[in-house]
Design a binder for this molecule. Structure first.
Ligand code: CP
Ligand code: NVA
Length: 319
């Protein structure tokens, strides 16, 4: 397993700040482990390797799934959770991130952070002596991508190299995590974004240097969805972009995932949406609630992958 090398302590901690922190085997192991933990849980076998451990959740943006699934994951593992809305911390009155990170490291065993800039989680990780996990920034959503690919594995099997995965919509944090995952995990990724809303050029270049010609970006949703095995979309205005919602609605109109667009994919294609969804904007009610939607399994899988990530990050004993 590889570990992130960001640390101010000369030691190597298991931070997970973006998908490219981890190598292919580690990513696949996290998914395989989550599937095993899910099966064990459904069979009623308790697993409590985190008794006596405390997970901190420092959240600056709203969350339903990530917050509650991390909390549930930690409780299922036998541990405890402290939820910290950033607005209630001295951070909001100017206390430096490096001081916050060092103090929290004395109380907690692991920290999940949801915030705006990626540099915030990077700085927290640099000064923490506990693992730091990115629970979404403006640039990346690396935990989400693992539950999404876990869902793909459950529906399509483990031969990811054989799959065409389409991303329709914004070149946002989710798109960046998909791009990094494609570089590491071998599937073909076709992104279709409106002009001016393509993914970050530096993230794309780095992934393409690794993945060769498996990552495609166009402004053509039909081409991206043609014969795809998996079709993904996400909101047109992410958290923090609420003021752009009207102009984005205009720019993204031709990128709605509706029955017509989906009919171009393979007949057994699945639809993913990390949620929350805006019905009849980026996805129609018909598609989100239709037989090809895997969005609800995808949401459930967040809890299982979070158990796997926490177990890995805190180096808890495996059964
Ligand atoms: N998918 C996801 O991260 O959802 P929340 O914003 O509700 O956490
Ligand atoms: N791109 C979305 C994902 C939400 C889980 C956002 O950042 O708001």
């Amino acid at each position: 397993m590889t570990t992130s090398t960001i640390t101010g302590h000369g030691e190597t901690l298991r931070h997970y700040l973006q998908v490219s922190d981890l190598d292919r085997d580690t990513l696949l192991n996290l998914i395989d482990r989550a599937i095993k933990l899910k099966n064990n849980q459904k069979a009623g076998r308790p697993y409590r390797p985190a008794i006596g451990r405390i997970l901190g959740l420092m959240f600056e943006k709203p969350s339903t799934r990530t917050r509650i699934s991390f909390e549930a994951a930690m409780y299922h593992l036998g541990g405890n959770v402290v939820f910290m809305p950033s607005r209630d911390l001295q951070l909001k009155r100017g206390e430096p991130l490096k001081d916050t990170a060092r103090v929290l490291s004395r109380y907690l065993d692991c920290l999940v952070v949801r915030t705006y800039g990626q540099e915030i989680v990077d700085e927290l990780a640099r000064w923490s002596s506990i693992p730091v996990i990115n629970g979404l920034t403006d640039e990346h959503h690396p935990c989400q991508i693992l539950s999404d690919i876990m869902t793909v594995v459950e529906y399509k099997g483990r031969n990811l190299e054989d799959l065409k995965i389409a991303w329709i919509g914004d070149g946002n944090n989710m798109a960046h995590s998909w791009i990094q995952a494609a570089a590491r995990m071998g599937f073909s990724l076709y992104l279709a974004c409106p002009r001016g809303f393509e993914p970050d050029a530096a993230i794309l270049k780095k992934a393409r240097d690794e993945a060769g010609d498996r990552i495609h970006v166009s402004n053509n949703p039909e081409e991206a969805v043609d014969l795809a095995d998996v079709v993904n979309t996400d909101v047109w205005a992410s958290m923090g972009q609420e003021g752009e919602a009207d102009s984005r609605r205009e720019a993204f109109r031709a990128f709605q995932l509706n029955a017509g667009l989906l009919s171009r994919a393979k007949a057994d294609a699945i639809v993913l949406h990390c949620l929350p969804a805006h019905r009849d904007e980026e996805i129609t009610e018909e598609v989100l609630e239709g037989p090809q939607s895997a969005a609800w399994d995808q949401a459930e899988n967040k809890m299982h992958i979070h158990r796997s990530i926490l177990e890995w990050a805190m180096e808890l004993q495996e059964d």
